[in-house]
Design a protein around this ligand. Structure first.
Ligand code: ZN
Length: 242
């Protein structure tokens, strides 16, 4: 059956002398393995459109749970700004590994949708760290370790919120506060904003560096301690950022 699937090439491996097998993270289909016959040959029209991070519509002979076969590809976005920038490549590597790992644990199409919105914002030149943190926060829902960002995690009080405690997983009010680290109110407010913002509605990011830095540190710690994910691409990105 011929199907047109929208997705991004997340990996490619050689197959025989002239062909390759790609994995595409695809809308509605999840991760699809596709044989691309002759795609390693210099003359092949499939050569350029089957490389990693091609975002397009893949016309394939689809076989569920088996390798599909590629017919043609219509590119949707070349992601050329990302591909020209080593730091942005570090980000897309990480975002891709993160999104696909979360998808493997929890096969929900919304994860693909969030991933695409995020990489398009990365391509458009928005602050990559902020965009990445926004996706990280949104993916917590699918990792089963989301934060309570509407009321005190201990008493349910919505007023006098003074911090977020990663250990307890959410807001803490003044009445319940014991020895948890008290975060800057701007950090508390922005974490909530990151979680609720529609990614495709963001056109510019105005956030003070110290606030976004603090949020990044908070999320790094939270991911390390509570998600159980250990991603090589994250270590690589952290190295690039230094
Ligand atoms: Zn409370």
């Amino acid at each position: 059956m011929i199907e047109a699937i929208e997705g991004v090439v997340i990996s490619e491996i050689a197959y025989g002398e002239t062909s390759k097998i790609i994995n595409v993270f695809a809308k509605d289909y999840g991760i699809v393995g596709i044989i691309c016959k002759g795609a390693k040959s210099m003359k092949s029209r499939l050569r350029a459109v089957t490389t990693r991070f091609t975002y397009g519509t893949f016309n394939i002979y689809y076989k569920k749970d088996k390798l599909s076969t590629l017919i043609t590809v219509d590119t949707i976005n070349n992601l050329s700004n990302i591909k020209q920038d080593i730091l942005l490549m570090g980000y897309i590597n990480y975002l891709t590994e993160l999104a696909t790992q979360v998808y493997k644990q929890n096969k929900v199409d919304e994860i693909y949708v969030l991933y695409i919105k995020t990489i398009l914002k990365l391509e458009s030149g928005l602050d990559p760290r902020v965009i990445t943190n926004i996706l990280e926060l949104k993916l917590l829902d699918y990792l089963g370790v989301n934060l309570e960002l509407n009321k005190c995690i201990k008493c349910g009080n919505k007023d006098n919120i003074i911090t977020i405690d990663p250990l307890q997983g959410g807001y803490i009010c003044a009445k319940c506060h014991k020895d948890e680290e008290v975060l800057d109110p701007k950090v508390i407010k922005m974490i909530r904003m990151y979680y609720y913002v529609e990614i495709d509605s963001i056109s510019k990011i105005e956030i003070k560096f110290d606030v976004s830095h603090k949020i990044n540190s908070f999320l790094n710690n939270y991911y390390d301690n509570y998600t159980g994910l250990y991603l090589n691409s994250k270590k690589f990105l952290d190295g690039l950022r230094k």
